[in-house]
Every structure is written in C-alpha cells, then in structure tokens.
Design a protein around this ligand. Structure first.
Ligand SMILES: [Zn+2]
Length: 355
C-alpha cells in the first residue's frame, strides 16, 4: 500500500486508482455523486395529499412528480447500485467524458465500502474518479465528529489523502458543507479542511449555504484561517447567486466557480422554495457573462447528481448531459470552442493538481 507525502504528490492528480499526470485527465466534470445516501434531505411534500409518494418506488407513473419534489421520495435519494453507476459511466465515456470528481463527504451520506466501490467503477469503465473527503453540513456529520478536535478531524482528512484506505486515496477535500450563517460545527469542519489543505496541497471544494451572502462569509473565514482562495472551489453557484454583480465580486476573490447544477430544469427548488433553480439557459448565460468578464480560467462544470430521477436509467439527463448537449449550446450563445475546451480540460487540471 503506497503512502504519499505532500512532496511526492506535488504535480499529480490523485484518482481512486492512484496518482496520474494532470494531462491525462482529458475532459472532466467537477462535482458528482455516483454512490450516495442522500436521505439526509428527505422531507414531507409541501402538499399533504401527496404524502403517499414518499414511500413509493420510483416508476414511470410518479417520475413526473418526483422530478419536481425530488427530496420527498425516499427511494429517489438513494444511489447504491454500482451496476447503475457503471452503465452511466460507460455512457459518459461514449459522450467524450474521461474524468469525474466524486465529492460524497465522510459520514452518513456514504455507503459502506464506498471507496472500494468507486475504485471498481473506475476499473470497469476506465473513467478516472477523483474522490472527495471531509465533512458535510451540520445535520449530516459522522458520529465521531463532536468528540474530535479540529486537529484530529484534519488528520482524518490527511490520512484519507496520503495514506488512503485499502489502497484507495482521496484526491480533493470536499464537498465541505456550509450553511448560512456558518454553524460552530461547520467552522470546525472548515478549519480542519484548511489545515489538511496545508499538509497535502489539495484543493478544497465548498458547498455554500443557500443565501447570497454565504460565499462571502466563507471567503472571509478562509482568509482569517490563512487558507488559499486560489485553491478553493465554490460550488452550487446557480442556486446561491442570482445577481450577476455578486458573481463577479466572488470571481474577483480568485476562487473557482463551479456551475454544478447543470441539467436541473425544474424551477421549483424544494430546499429553498422562496428562491428558484435557474434553467440551463439561464445558467449558460451566467457562465458566458463571467467568462466574457475575464474569468474563463475559473469556471468549472458539474451536474451534482444525487438522486435516481437524474440518471438516464430513470429518464434523467445523466452525467453526460454537459458533453451531450450543453457544450454545443455554449457555442450557440457565442462562446469560443477554445474557451469551452479550457473549462472542461485546463481549469480542472489546474485545480485538481496537488501543489
Ligand atoms: Zn454535491
């Protein structure tokens, strides 16, 4: 079992099958979940008459409802069949995908032996999988979290990266879960992530709170802890920032911007019903605007798939959606092939390479 050091990892990308040359990443999608137990967000539907949907198995007669109320059906929130993942990754490959960042955090959202299963999926499909580590939002932390100090939590993350688990190593810290405002536990988790970043040279990928002020709160915190903004990815841009000026302010801090809600075309957003999920077209317009403003080198893409309804097997758009449909649409609205190619190859190379 190889053990790595910060020095030996420098210049490499760590996949579940071991370190690779960043140039071998090919086309990369930067925020996904292949295997996840996302029942931590299960909630009753807003309308009591719909309660019967909660326990139904996903099928053609309820998929239309589930697409809107995706967190009110238990079966929908569980991605545990590795054969489904293998089929989806074969399709990803057919559509020109080569690498994928899997950021299911430590704790209750992970399946048993998740790391071994991800390695198997990678071996069976040839897709490079960069696995995350670190801790999610306050309500979905591992049992041991409270009893451990920041330093102890950091060593768990560091071990995941340098030492690995049965020969499978994490290659990124994330998704690190944040609410707005940050809770004490989330500050502890962020601190441990920043410490681990210093010890490993890894990037950090952040799940911000659902509030326009959340990214700036997180950035202030990272700066106060002496973290590196240029090695930080702020995810879920689409459901966090609705005002272009705020997006530009965020870009100016030097973080990477992950447009990772691609493919969701239901405007009702159950986790924040007072706001909405923009359409793919609106997301692409934001991407183009921030690219035109000089920040093309900070843009990353993802679908953040965490439910069955978004898999192709269940009538969803699948992990290939960006490659299958959106890159052409980016060109149609006026982005150059070169810029688009940078977004899916060069930018991921830069951020995923250990420093
Ligand atoms: Zn996610």
């Amino acid at each position: 079992m190889p053990n790595y050091s910060k020095k030996s990892l420098k210049g490499n990308v760590m996949t579940v099958c071991g370190p690779i040359n960043p140039k071998d990443l090919g086309r990369v999608i930067c925020h996904e979940h292949l295997l996840i137990d996302f029942r931590v967000v299960l909630n009753e539907p807003p309308n009591k008459k719909d309660i019967h949907y909660m326990k139904e198995k996903i099928n053609l007669s309820n998929i239309g409802w589930i697409r809107t109320y995706w967190n009110s059906n238990e079966d929908n929130l569980l991605l545990e069949d590795i054969n489904d993942s293998i089929e989806e990754m074969a399709d990803f490959r057919l559509n020109g995908g080569h690498s994928l960042v899997e950021v299911t955090p430590l704790g209750p959202t992970r399946l048993e032996n998740q790391h071994k299963k991800l390695k198997l999926i990678s071996e069976k499909t040839g897709i490079n999988i960069i696995m995350g580590t670190g801790f999610y939002v306050d309500n979905s932390l591992p049992d041991y979290f409270n009893a451990k100090s920041v330093e102890e939590l950091a060593s768990i993350i560091i071990e995941d990266i340098l030492k690995g688990n049965n020969g499978v190593h994490s290659g990124i810290i994330g998704e690190v879960g944040c609410s707005f405002p940050l809770t004490e536990n989330e500050k502890k988790s962020l601190k441990s992530a920043i410490l681990a970043q210093k010890e490993t040279g890894s990037a950090i990928l952040i799940h911000p709170g659902r509030h326009e002020s959340s990214p700036s709160e997180i950035i202030d915190f990272i700066q106060s802890e002496d973290g590196e903004l240029s090695r930080t990815i702020i995810g879920h841009i689409e459901r966090t920032l609705y005002d272009y000026n705020n997006l530009e302010l965020l870009a100016k801090t030097g973080v990477y911007l992950n447009f990772d809600q691609l493919g969701i075309e239901s405007s009702y957003y159950p986790l924040n019903p007072k706001k909405y999920m923009p359409s793919d077209h609106q997301k692409l317009e934001f991407i183009k605007a921030i690219s035109d403003a000089g920040f093309n080198n900070k843009i990353l893409l993802g679908h953040d798939i965490y439910s069955k309804n978004r898999l192709k097997k269940y009538g969803g758009h699948g992990y290939s959606h960006a490659f299958e449909s959106l890159l052409d649409r980016m060109e149609t609205i006026g982005m150059s092939k070169e810029k688009i190619n940078d977004i899916i190859t060069i930018n991921p190379q830069k951020i995923l390479t250990f420093e």
